[in-house]
Write a protein that binds this ligand. Structure first.
Ligand code: ATP
Length: 423
């Protein structure tokens, strides 16, 4: 019986809960034993301490590791159903008695009821983290040990490119880590034999939509909805006062959110990293466009600046500077609105329920079909079809794009993202 665990890692995004729910339910339907790992890779490193004695001290965990989940956290108030926790509590409906405290338990068996109602919840109920410890070999050794202790050798990771890089790294190191644990006598030769091959599948949870080899990432559509709602709100006041607003949106090196928000909200001008304005100094170009729009009677002006927007000299374009230009050159009463974390949060839109549901089922199937000769897959969506792509290829290509952008090699980044651009 395959024991599979699902975790969420990196920045949270809407739809992660739907992904966890689907992996658990699809896993159960297909006869697997299902587990969740709390707090991303940090939970893998920490494992189930009360079950297995005090954890091995990890010298590398710095003081600022993400907060450990506390007893009053949301997950402890969740109704655990037919998984391990209900058995612990004898299913008497009294949720006040421990041992259901999860304080020192990060790898938890869950059942069908445990994930009931998760589809429509925002964020990630099982917690996420950025784990410094998991970046170290020592941390990954602890993670391997903790998984084998529970008999788990199949994982679904839902996160961004960093999380999927970590997943790929764990999988490639796994045989060496197993060997080390066996040599140290921490696992038996039988365990080393049984769990010699780690099966990993990646689901892409990211609001930025910046992952290569997939058209859309889980959480990006909801973030886009949130931005549109915010701009709708801004529009009312902008129109009433005949004001200009410069709206800064997230997306890191990717302009997907800014561009599509601009289209959906009828923005006057949009700055994205992928296409710096170059016809003339952008200040002139923007002012000319905005002036024309005003001349034909528009009472409001919306300019969208993506987080990673750059000018033709590849310098960052800052919202405050855009505001100054609109104020000084056009005399517009201009305000800056930074949407910040409101973009990430809230209930997932329908598409961020559909996408993780379809992909979660595919992830479980990919795990069940995995063998030492198949690559680890990332589940993507291409031209409206759910697809499996080799995880390493997706991660490598995403990192190449990020590196090219960091080196300000804009043309290379664009041609990597879209080969047609190079032609
Ligand atoms: P987001 O797109 O929201 O930033 P992400 O998954 O890219 O999400 P990261 O912080 O880059 O977020 O990665 C999440 C976690 O994955 C890290 O905290 C770390 O534990 C693990 N990780 C990332 N890169 C590596 C790596 N090269 N080796 C091992 N683990 C890694």
């Amino acid at each position: 019986k395959l024991k599979l665990a699902v975790l969420t890692s990196g920045g949270d995004s809407a739809g992660m809960n739907a992904a966890v729910r689907t992996v658990v339910k699809a896993g159960i339907i297909r006869g697997c034993e299902t587990w969740i790992v709390r707090e991303g890779y940090e939970g893998l490193v920490l494992g189930n301490q009360e079950h297995h004695g005090p954890p091995e001290p990890l010298a590398d965990i710095p003081d600022n590791v993400p907060a450990r989940i506390s007893d009053d956290s949301l997950i402890n108030n969740l109704r655990f159903g037919d998984g391990e926790l209900l058995r612990d509590g004898q299913g008497d409906g009294d949720f006040s008695d421990e041992p259901r405290s999860l304080r020192n338990r990060y790898i938890v068996r869950v059942g069908w009821d445990d994930v009931r109602g998760w589809m429509s919840e925002g964020g990630t109920l099982i917690g996420t983290a950025r784990s410094a410890a998991f970046r170290t070999r020592e941390g990954r050794l602890a993670a391997t040990y903790n998984l084998i202790k529970e008999g788990i050798d199949a994982i679904v990771v839902c996160g961004g490119d960093g999380s999927l890089t970590g997943a790929d790294r764990l999988r490639s190191e796994w045989p060496d880590l197993i060997e080390e644990l066996r040599n140290e006598g921490r696992i038996t030769p039988e365990q080393a034999e049984t769990y010699g091959h780690l099966k990993i599948v990646g689901l892409v949870g990211s609001i930025d939509n910046d992952m290569a080899l997939t058209d859309l990432t889980i959480g990006a559509p909801t973030a886009l909805h949130r931005i549109c709602e915010s701009i709708d709100n801004i529009n009312s006041t902008a129109s009433s006062h005949s004001r200009a607003f410069v709206v800064e949106v997230m997306g890191r090196h990717c302009g997907w959110l800014a561009l599509l928000a601009g289209v959906s909200a009828g923005a006057d001008f949009i700055f994205i990293p992928e296409r710096p304005p170059k016809a003339m100094p952008w200040e002139d170009e923007m002012c000319e466009v905005v002036r024309k729009h005003r001349e034909v009677g528009k009472r409001k002006t919306i300019v969208i600046v993506a987080e990673g927007a750059i000018d033709s000299e590849l310098n960052p374009i800052k919202a405050d500077y855009v505001k100054d230009i609109l104020t000084e050159r056009l005399g517009l009463d201009t305000r800056v609105t930074t949407l910040g974390h409101t973009q990430r949060g809230g209930r997932p839109c329908a598409y961020d329920r559909i996408l993780p549901t379809l992909q979660g089922v595919e992830a479980v199937d990919a795990l069940l079909e995995a063998n030492p000769n198949t690559p680890s897959y990332m589940i993507g969506i291409n031209e409206n079809k759910i697809v499996r792509v080799p995880l390493v290829d997706a991660v490598r290509k995403t990192q190449e794009v990020a590196k090219a952008i960091e080196e300000k090699n804009f043309a290379k980044a664009m041609s990597l993202r879209d080969p047609e651009f190079a032609e």
